[in-house]
Design a protein around this ligand. Structure first.
Ligand code: GLU
Length: 548
């Protein structure tokens, strides 16, 4: 067979050589060990936690090594594409702080290794397809859908492996005349890879996450170009990652079964194989067993979920780092204020079987993250969230930024900051009482007579001076306690509760409830300082009025 002639028949318009294309994309000049990697998502409109995990790993590996991260849009499957999906993807990744050095952007492509959208690269793929054909490494296949279905049924009936191989590869060795006749008749064709592999053979392969793997060769003549001339993922990945000078391919391990084919393909094309980082899936506990997070069953897989739930971006990213690298938490303890990007990420520390997603742990991490933020930062992020999800609350917060920031500053700073909030959703229940419209009516403990509560509140009003420091303020509360026959001695009370009507904690609770509507609140002295004299007194008087 004259393969060169066949290549001309199939690709008459391709005039460039692979070398000419290669010369357009010079090797990158980067420091020794620099990782060049990419995110290569398909624009399906759904951006999920898995995308973010892949983005974070890629970003860390590239930037911590002085390398490059780029974004390539894999839009070869037009059927799956949703309008606007590329924009959603780009904006979401940006929102989560994944910064690309080059690639697809909202305003088109940026960088010297593009185009970065696969559908715009058809001419490039054809140059390499023609090369494969001219070397006898690829051939056209004119099988119809019906023929392929019949092949599959025959294989099922005979309990054979599925796919286009061996005796089923009916176009593998056809004459150039047969091929020409089909082309003359205008019949569509796909381009198939001529596999020289055998499932009898195995070889060793080193994956940066999975470690040493034993891989069985591929014997299937997979499709490289579909009938519209658009490549499959496999072929596009090989050509693109070669020409974009990718050193590491970070991707989900659902691609592992295709790896034997990819290895063959890189070899046939004369390309250097990149290193592979196959990430395991995100799992969750379902009862007592683990399973993959599923788009259908688990709303927490979608990134929009975390936004609506009010998790700060920093919390989600910080949490994912703890899941991805087991030594991250210790590092965080030793470096509480460091940016997570100063942690040295290692793909070797990823769990090859996948990472377990744990909502309780996320909440925990988020409390820590928020507790370390400045009040100003919390204010800005909270308002931004509320503007989208609770407009009324946003308005209140924005009406007096200094007031809101003072509230958010309670218990912040110092060695042991308060950890009240895990999400912005929790902010209103936590601090709403500072706004009169959100103040709830207190429900006092029924163990105490109303007259006793009123008495305590009146005594407090008599003594209350907004100029007191917190010690003086508390001394007054203790005075009221003893004056009313309650005790400040918690030990004595525990030893014999019947000896006292109650304790200083009960007196404090009466006052707290009158002022905040709740039995739990941040430091009451500080609350009163922020509310000011008039509003504190007014609230206590209202509570007394309601009790009478
Ligand atoms: N488009 C592929 C996907 O979304 C990319 C895999 C890769 O990163 O190579 O799964």
């Amino acid at each position: 067979m004259d393969y060169k002639a066949l290549a001309e028949i199939l690709f008459p318009d391709v005039t460039m050589t692979p070398d000419e294309v290669q010369a357009q994309f010079p090797r990158r000049v980067l420091p020794e060990g620099a990782v060049v990697t990419r995110m290569a998502p398909s624009p399906t409109g759904f951006v999920h936690l898995g995308n973010l995990v892949q983005g974070m790993i890629s970003e860390r590996m590239a930037h911590q090594s002085g390398g490059v991260l780029f974004l390539r849009v894999e839009d070869t499957d037009a059927k799956r594409e949703v309008p606007g999906a590329v924009e959603v993807l780009i904006n979401t990744l940006k929102h989560y702080g994944i910064s690309f050095d080059e690639g697809a952007t909202i305003d088109g492509d940026a960088g010297n290794y593009g185009p970065y959208r696969q559908r715009q690269r058809a001419a490039i793929y054809h140059v390499f397809a023609k090369k494969l054909v001219s070397e006898g490494k690829a051939y056209p296949c004119f099988c119809t859908e019906e023929e392929l279905t019949a092949m599959r049924e025959a294989q099922e009936a005979a309990k054979e492996n599925f796919g286009y191989y061996g005796k089923y590869a009916i176009w593998r060795d056809r004459s150039i005349e047969d091929i020409q006749a089909q082309i003359d008749a205008g019949n569509p064709w796909v381009l198939r890879f001529r596999s020289e592999g055998s499932i009898e053979n195995q070889f060793k392969f080193d994956d940066l996450v999975k470690g040493k793997l034993t891989i069985t060769e591929n014997d299937i003549d997979n499709v490289l170009l579909k009938s519209d001339g658009i490549p499959t993922y496999h072929f596009a990945h090989a050509v693109d990652d070669e020409l974009m000078r990718t050193t590491h391919v970070v991707r989900g391990d659902e691609w592992l079964p295709s790896l034997p084919f990819h290895i063959q393909l890189f070899k046939a094309l004369g390309f250097k194989l990149p290193k592979y980082v196959h990430i395991g899936p995100l799992m969750k506990m379902d009862g007592t067993s683990k399973r993959k997070l599923s788009k259908r069953k688990d709303p927490e897989l979608a990134l929009t979920y975390y936004k609506a739930a009010g998790f700060p971006v920093a919390s989600v990213c910080e949490y994912l780092m703890t899941v991805l690298n087991s030594n991250f938490e210790d590092w965080r303890k030793a470096n509480p204020d460091a940016d997570h990007t100063t942690f040295k990420f290692s793909p070797k520390k990823l769990n090859p079987a996948g990472s377990l997603f744990d909502y309780a742990k996320l909440t925990d991490v988020s409390k820590n993250v928020i507790s370390r933020m400045t009040a100003e930062d919390v204010y800005t992020q909270l308002v931004e969230w509320a503007q989208e999800f609770d407009a009324g609350f946003a308005e209140k917060l924005a009406a007096d930024p200094a007031y809101a920031t003072a509230i958010l500053a309670i218990g912040r700073g110092g060695k042991k900051p308060r950890k009240d909030l895990a999400t912005w959703v929790e902010a209103k229940p936590y601090m709403g009482f500072f706004y009169d419209e959100y103040l709830e009516k207190p429900v006092f403990d029924a163990r105490f007579e109303k007259a006793v509560i009123i008495d305590a509140l009146n005594r407090f009003l008599e003594k209350f001076d907004i100029a007191d420091d917190s010690n003086t303020w508390f001394a007054k509360v203790k005075e009221i306690t003893t004056d009313m026959g309650f005790t400040t001695d918690m030990k004595a009370y525990k030893a014999d509760p019947s000896a006292f009507p109650g304790t200083v904690a009960d007196i404090s609770t009466f006052i707290r409830q009158a002022v905040t509507g709740k039995t739990n609140s941040p430091d009451l002295y500080t609350v009163m300082q922020i509310l000011g004299y008039e509003r504190t007194v007014a609230r206590i008087k209202t509570a007394i009025g309601d009790l009478t």
